[in-house]
Design a protein around this ligand. Structure first.
Ligand code: ATP
Length: 438
C-alpha cells in the first residue's frame, strides 16, 4: 500500500469540528485552553480505542486484571511517588508580552511571540492541579487531581492481587482521566490539561534481571503490534529507545513509540522498565508491607514493573491523521473497522417512496443490535457516500426499487468504492465477514 500524504493539522481540526468529532471545551463562553469535548462521532471513536486496548490487554489475557481507582487520592501518594517534589516543568515568562513558555521548548533567548529578549530566568512549576477536599480550605484538606492513573494501581497493588488471586508475572490495567497543568498545551488534542490515559503495570519477579528485561522487550513488541493491527501505516510509527542520561533515574530501560505527526515525531506511548522504584517508595512512605509472598518457593519480594502507558486522546489524533486521505472527489478516513464510529450506514435510495423507506428502516433496525449502524436519508446518495467516507464508515447499504421485489440491497465498500448486490437474508453475515476481513 502506498503511504498516504500527511494532512495538515488545520485540515484535521476542521473535519473534527465539521463532523462532530472534537469541539473546544466551553466554546459558548470563549473556550478553555487545554480542554476538549468529544462530539457524537468523537465519543464513539474514543470508546472504540479504549475497547480495542482493553480487549487486547485485559479481556484476551489471563495474566492481567482491570482496576478503576479514584481521581482524588491521599496527598501522601504524590509525596511518595515523587510528583510533589519532581513533577515540574521549567517555565520562563516574557516581561514584555507576558506570555509563558516551557524552557526546554525555547531555541533562543527571545520570546517566540513578540521577539523581545525579555525572558525571565527559568522557574520550576509543578504541573499538578491543586484542590481542596471538604468545606475547610486549610493544609489538611489539600488534594490534587491525579496527573497519571498509574499510582492508583501501585497503591491498590496488594488488594488487587490478593482478591484476583494472581501471582507475578501478572498485570493491572486502568483507563481514566489524568490532569496536568501544562504550561503550553497545544497541537490540538496532542497536549491537553485534562486527558485520558490507558496504563498497564505489569509486575514481574525482579530476579533474575534478564527475565524482567525479557518482559520489557515483550511489551515493547506487543504494544507496537497493537498499533499495526489497528491499521497504522508502519512508516509513521517508530520505536525510540532511551539510554544512559536520557533515562529517568529509576528507569532501567524505556522505549517511546513515536508517531510522525504533521508537526514532527511525537510520543504516542511510553514503555518503561521501572524496576521496583514505585512499590519501594510506597512501602517506605506508608510503612506497609507490599511484598509478594510466593507460597510455592516461600520467597518474598517486591516485584519489578514494566509499564506501557499511552493517552487515549493522542491515540485518537494519531489514528485520525493516519487514516485521513484527500482524494480528488472526496475525503476518506480509512479507519480500521473496529475503530470506525459507525460500521454500516443504511440509506433508502429516495425519501418519498414509503415502501423503500420502510424497508430501509427495517434493515437498519435489524442490524442495529448487532453491528453499530446509522441511518441517513438526507440529500442524494452521492452526498451520503461523501459524508460516510469522511467519517470512516466502512460500508453503506442502499435500499432501492429492486430491493422491494428482489429482497436485496447494494453494499458499497468505503476504500475501493466497489458495489455488490447482497440478499437481505445474508446481509448481516456478509457485513460481519467483510468487516472481519479488513
Ligand atoms: P510528554 O513528554 O509529551 O509531556 P510524558 O513523557 O510526560 O509526555 P507520560 O507521563 O509518559 O508522558 O504519559 C504517558 C502518555 O500519556 C503519553 O505517552 C501520552 O500519550 C499521554 N499524555 C501525557 N501528557 C499528555 C497531555 N498533556 N495531553 C495528552 N496526552 C498526554
Amino acid at each position: 500500500m502506498t503511504l498516504r500524504p500527511k494532512p495538515t493539522m488545520e485540515e484535521l481540526t476542521a473535519l473534527c469540528k465539521r463532523r462532530g468529532f472534537v469541539f473546544q471545551s466551553s466554546e459558548l463562553y470563549g473556550g478553555v485552553n487545554g480542554a476538549w469535548d468529544y462530539g457524537p462521532l468523537g465519543v464513539e471513536l474514543k470508546r472504540n480505542i479504549r475497547e480495542a486496548w482493553w480487549r487486547d490487554i485485559v479481556v484476551l489475557r489471563d495474566d492481567v486484571v482491570g482496576l478503576d481507582t479514584a481521581i482524588l487520592m491521599a496527598p501522601a501518594v504524590w509525596r511518595a511517588s515523587g510528583h510533589l517534589d519532581n513533577f515540574h516543568d521549567q517555565m520562563v515568562d516574557c516581561k514584555t508580552c507576558k506570555k509563558r513558555w516551557r524552557a526546554d521548548q525555547l531555541t533562543t533567548d527571545r520570546c517566540p511571540s513578540c521577539g523581545n529578549a525579555t525572558l525571565t530566568e527559568p522557574r520550576a512549576f509543578n504541573m499538578m492541579f491543586k484542590t481542596a477536599i471538604g468545606a475547610m480550605e486549610d493544609a489538611s484538606s489539600e488534594a490534587y487531581l491525579r496527573p497519571e492513573t498509574a499510582q492508583g494501581i501501585f497503591v491498590d497493588f496488594k488488594l488487587a492481587y490478593q482478591t484476583a488471586r494472581k501471582k507475578p508475572p501478572f498485570g493491572i490495567a486502568q483507563i481514566g482521566k489524568a490532569f496536568r497543568n501544562e504550561i503550553t498545551p497545544g497541537n490540538f488534542i496532542f497536549r491537553s490539561r485534562e486527558f485520558e490515559q490507558m496504563e498497564l503495570e505489569f509486575f514481574v519477579p525482579p530476579e533474575p534481571p534478564e527475565e524482567a528485561m525479557r518482559w520489557y522487550d515483550y511489551w515493547v513488541g506487543a504494544r507496537y503490534d497493537w498499533w499495526m493491527r489497528l491499521g497504522m501505516q508502519p512508516e509513521r510509527l517508530r520505536k525510540t529507545p532511551y539510554s544512559g542520561a536520557d533515562l529517568a533515574h529509576y528507569s532501567k530501560a524505556t522505549t517511546d513509540l513515536e508517531y510522525d505527526f504533521p508537526f514532527g515525531w511525537g510520543e504516542l506511548e511510553g514503555i518503561a522498565h521501572r524496576g521496583t522504584f514505585d512499590l519501594t517508595q510506597h512501602v517506605a512512605a506508608s510503612g506497609k508491607d507490599l511484598a509478594y509472598f510466593d507460597e510455592e518457593s516461600k520467597e518474598k519480594y517486591l516485584p519489578a514493573v514494566i509499564e506501557p502507558s499511552l493517552g487515549v486522546d493522542r491515540a485518537l489524533l494519531a489514528f485520525m491523521l493516519d487514516a485521513y486521505e484527500r482524494e480528488t472527489d472526496r475525503t476518506v478516513l480509512h479507519l480500521h473497522p473496529s475503530l470506525a464510529p459507525y460500521k454500516v450506514a443504511v440509506f433508502p435510495l429516495v425519501r418519498n417512496k414509503p415502501d423503500i423507506v420502510d424497508l430501509a428502516r427495517r434493515v437498519e433496525l435489524g442490524l442495529r443490535p448487532h453491528i453499530r449502524t446509522t441511518f441517513d436519508d438526507s440529500g442524494n446518495v452521492g452526498k451520503r457516500y461523501y459524508r460516510q467516507d469522511e467519517i470512516g464508515t466502512p460500508f453503506c447499504v442502499t435500499i432501492d426499487y429492486d430491493s422491494l421485489s428482489g429482497n436485496d440491497a447494494t453494499v458499497r465498500d468505503r476504500d475501493s468504492k466497489e458495489q455488490v448486490r447482497v440478499s437481505l437474508d445474508m446481509l448481516e453475515v456478509h457485513l460481519r465477514t467483510a468487516l472481519g476481513k479488513i
